[in-house]
Ligand binder design. Structure first.
Ligand SMILES: [Zn+2]
Ligand SMILES: [Zn+2]
Length: 97
């Protein structure tokens, strides 16, 4: 005789599923629960990992963006090549965004 660990209903030994609630009764149900737990944890870790990758990718994209901008900075008005830390165009005085 096996008892359903969900609802407590007595079921035949060869029953695979509880006749009352449909819970899976096979002997490896604890392994199934472990797998569920593992899958849940894995999902959570994968999510964290994904967020971390996303953050790094954004930081990387930002740094690439900044470095490419710093090597090719030109005044938007007159086209004069400017230092990467210039706040104003040295030729026409235009404020650099
Ligand atoms: Zn049951
Ligand atoms: Zn200029």
């Amino acid at each position: 005789m096996s008892y359903c660990n969900e609802c407590g209903k007595k079921n035949d030994d060869d029953a695979q599923y509880c006749t009352k609630c449909g819970n899976y009764l096979a002997k490896n149900s604890s392994i199934e629960k472990d797998i569920d737990k593992f899958a849940e944890e894995f999902g959570r870790k994968a999510e964290q990992f994904g967020k971390r990758i996303e953050k790094k990718a954004k930081a990387f994209a930002k740094s690439v963006d900044q470095s490419s901008r710093s090597t090719t900075m030109h005044c938007s008005d007159c086209g004069t090549e400017l230092d990467s830390d210039a706040k104003f165009c040295r030729k026409c005085g235009k404020k650099i965004e």
